[in-house]
Design a protein around this ligand. Sequence first.
Ligand SMILES: Nc1ncnc2c1ncn2[C@@H]1O[C@H](COP(=O)(O)OP(=O)(O)OP(=O)(O)O)[C@@H](O)[C@H]1O
Ligand SMILES: [Mg+2]
Length: 412
Amino acid sequence: MRENIFDSLIETNSLFVDRQAFEHGFEPNELPHREKEIRSLGENLVEALRGHIPSNMLLYGVPGSGKTIVTKTVLKQLKSKGRANGTSVKAYTINCRTVDTKYRVIQGLANQLEVSGDPKIPFTGWPTDRVLEEYRRRMERRGGMHVIVLDEIDHLVSKVGDSIIYSLTNLNLDLDAARCCIIGISNDLNFTKMLTPQVASRLAQIDLVFHPYGANEINDILEERVKRGIREGALDNRVIGLCSALAAQEHGDARRALDLLRIAVKKAQQMGHEIVDNGHVRLAQSQLEHDQLTPVLRTLPLQQKILLFSICMNEDNGLRNISTGEIYRTYSEVCHRIMVEPLTPRRISSLLNELDGLGIIIARNVSKGRGGRSKQINSAIPESLDAMSEMRDSEPLIQEASKGKYRLQRPL
Ligand SMILES: Nc1ncnc2c1ncn2[C@@H]1O[C@H](COP(=O)(O)OP(=O)(O)OP(=O)(O)O)[C@@H](O)[C@H]1O
Ligand SMILES: [Mg+2]
């Protein structure tokens, strides 16, 4: 019989000893460099164990700075202490990236308190006030302290406004047997600017900022995971340092560092190497860039795609530091070819800024003398990614445009 393909795929000699240690949902025992934040949360939430209402809190910090994991860890301990003390503390989290309407958030909260015999709240159809009333009724029935965590709250507010937060921070006025406090978590540092002052002061009674991790801090976080998750001696001694440094450059994101390390180990394993070295980390880095950028490229609006297509064509022709004028010329030709109305140079200039903001191009302002200014454009797409084919595959008009011939600028 032929060899079973799974024999070679099962990791008999894996470089991982515990792969879970690198999964996103993993809850580490130790959270290095977050002692202060854990303490601040604890010092406020301990009020719940004393029968008082903790202040509402707003936690913010860049992505991957440990907001979610710190909150989760502290709430777990709060619940466990509540059980041990016989104090009723209920804590529940809604992720507002996935649940992002007022109705569904309140429904999600109410569902946490559902017991058999309760009316099922339909996915839509009830007036929102009725859902809120049902939630209030269930809170009252359960009694005690309710700690409500709204993670990624900025998504909810940017989509539906802050009236939901207003309603939730008002709940205590209508509760007798129960009490609640709200913890909002945001990675948008300007989040409070989205709130009316009235709501901002209710929600952010306590502000807690999670600073971005520095390279040394990420190093410590990785060391902990490596001890648990990776075979001893499997890492070249520069690997953790490189992952930490790369992630620190990327706004101090511990998630990025863990991803880099996990993918680097996987790459080494796939290549049949016994030791993970910096080369594997570089491969992991380019795969991550690739994975991040591909969906962005594929979903760009048509005009942005035409613009990027025009830039890539000039670059493929050997041109660098392309001026806005040169890009505009190609762009207009492309529009003509696929019969799309071209935008004005002014609009194109602002679309170039948007592409720059997405990290797809680098637009540098240069002075042209006599007060005139122009931009120099270079693509920032890693070489491992074929932007043209991503755009062609996702947009028939770009497919069509790529069949055309254009008067491209020659490199000097
Ligand atoms: N101090 C730490 N110790 C150990 N692991 C950490 C620490 N901080 C973050 N992590 C890990 O890094 C990853 C990202 O952390 P987390 O999800 O808490 O970030 P976040 O601040 O909530 O980011 P986002 O704003 O993107 O939601 C998780 O896998 C988490 O376990
Ligand atoms: Mg989070």
